[in-house]
Write a protein that binds this ligand. Structure first.
Ligand SMILES: Cc1cc2nc3c(=O)[nH]c(=O)nc-3n(C[C@H](O)[C@H](O)[C@H](O)COP(=O)(O)OP(=O)(O)OC[C@H]3O[C@@H](n4cnc5c(N)ncnc54)[C@H](O)[C@@H]3O)c2cc1C
Length: 387
């Protein structure tokens, strides 16, 4: 079997993998970035690049390009099951965009390649190779040929069905930490520049979203935790019924749905796993980094990609690829995400009944102080380091 050798490889070129590859470059590595697909490719998503994402894009020097391809939103409009409407504006303009992932992910890969990252597509990784208690290679099919790729460090950035996570036995699959979500697009929808989040009595805790994109395109989707998924009705049927019955679904009635409705798995149980074994770090969805309730995962994928590049640098400098060094990754990740995860999970648990969500939305709508507190929690990235 043919063998390819590199110091660092990154499996998966979603936002986690591509940004990680660029951060690896900045750390002095020449990473090999791999993906099983050929870009541009689809990725089911709500397509919202939040303030966490734009912060890192600005750091990478990639934000200006997003402003050209994305549609800016000014924050969220939230509605409760009793149809009370609440607008929560983002504290800063120019920090939140909605861009189809087909375009966004391709843009990030192109930026990484422009910085000198070696990118190979159509490379399907199907196994990992262990030697002396360390992951030191993967088996892959490259353009129809089976090869071994050997390395000193691998970053598993291969998404929520991660083969790397499964092979290193770090694939958490607890129903309470996995959401089932799906989306489609509608054409010619008139919307204000706000992401709409509709809490409906039939999809709690979870929500229906309508996110406006360029040229009156609208990303429409919904999702909720797998343990509460009421079997017998598909996600698409829930969505169709919401569009027909909710007053907020009215703007979609009679409009053209584009492409198929696509469902996916989103894992948010990162706290349950270290996501490192000797020679390997999992980032993004492969490391179950999606935030509960909000479903935000692009920013966390990029944040963990950056963290992984820093810990990889330390591993090379100390010539130690064991958990002595790599366990710094979950420590730093939990420092950033542990408290956020806990508070959003608590909010998610409180959102299990229509009455609770009605009460919550009314309280925010009627009390400016509570609203300010909620705004800080929702747009936490805008306040970080400022208090
Ligand atoms: C319906 C839906 C709506 C969402 N809405 C939002 C939102 O609005 N905003 C937000 O921030 N997050 C949202 N998320 C979450 C977000 O999509 C993910 O968190 C994000 O894509 C994670 O990025 P990633 O780079 O970790 O993984 P991915 O984007 O999944 O990328 C993984 C890459 O790995 C490649 N790959 C997989 N397996 C292999 C293999 N065996 N060999 C080689 N390559 C492989 C894939 O082709 C893919 O390109 C949503 C998710 C869903 C499903």
């Amino acid at each position: 079997m043919k063998t390819i050798e590199r110091d660092v490889i990154i499996v998966g070129a979603g936002p986690g993998g591509s940004s990680c590859s660029a951060y690896m470059k900045r750390q002095g590595f020449d990473p090999l970035l791999l993906d099983k697909d050929v870009f541009p490719r689809e990725k089911p998503c709500g397509d919202c690049q939040s303030g966490v994402t734009t912060k890192l894009l600005a750091e990478l020097g990639w934000l200006e390009g997003l402003r050209e391809i994305g549609f800016e939103n000014y924050g969220i409009t939230m509605t409760s099951p009793d149809y009370t409407k609440l607008v929560v504006e983002a504290p800063n303009r120019g920090t939140r965009y909605d861009t189809p992932r087909r375009i966004y992910d391709h843009y990030c890969v192109k930026r990484a390649v422009a910085e000198g990252v070696e990118f190979r597509e159509n490379v399907w990784v199907y196994d990992v190779i262990w030697e002396d208690g360390k992951v030191c290679g993967v088996k892959a099919k490259v353009d129809g040929e089976y090869v071994q790729i050997r390395f000193r460090m691998v970053i598993g950035a291969d998404g929520s069905h991660s083969i790397i996570a499964k092979k290193i036995k770090m694939f958490p699959d607890n129903d309470n930490d996995v959401a089932v979500v799906g989306r489609c697009y509608y054409a010619d929808v008139d919307m204000e520049p706000f992401n709409e989040i509709h809490f409906d009595k039939d999809v709690l805790p979870g929500y229906v979203w309508l996110f406006p994109e360029k040229d009156k395109l609208c990303n429409v989707g919904l999702g909720f935790n797998r343990d509460l998924y009421k079997e017998g009705k598909t996600l698409e049927e829930y969505l169709d019924s919401w569009i027909e019955t909710s007053p907020f679904g009215e703007k979609l009635r009679g409009k053209r749905r584009i492409g198929e409705f696509r469902g996916w798995r989103i894992p948010s149980g990162s706290q349950a796993m270290a996501n490192v074994v000797p020679g390997c770090i999992l980032i993004g969805d492969a490391g179950s980094m999606v935030m509960p309730l909000t479903g935000e995962g692009i920013g966390p994928a990029m944040v963990t990609g950056k963290l992984a590049s820093e810990v990889t640098r330390e591993a090379f400098d100390e010539n130690d690829f064991s958990l002595n060094v790599l366990s710094r990754y979950p420590e730093r990740r939990d420092k950033i995400y542990g408290p956020k995860y806990q508070s959003i999970k608590a909010m998610e648990n409180a959102f299990s009944s229509a009455e609770a969500v009605d009460g919550f939305v009314h309280k925010i709508a009627e009390n400016p102080e509570v609203k300010a507190g909620f705004q800080k929690q929702w747009y936490y990235e805008s306040y970080e380091g400022k208090e």
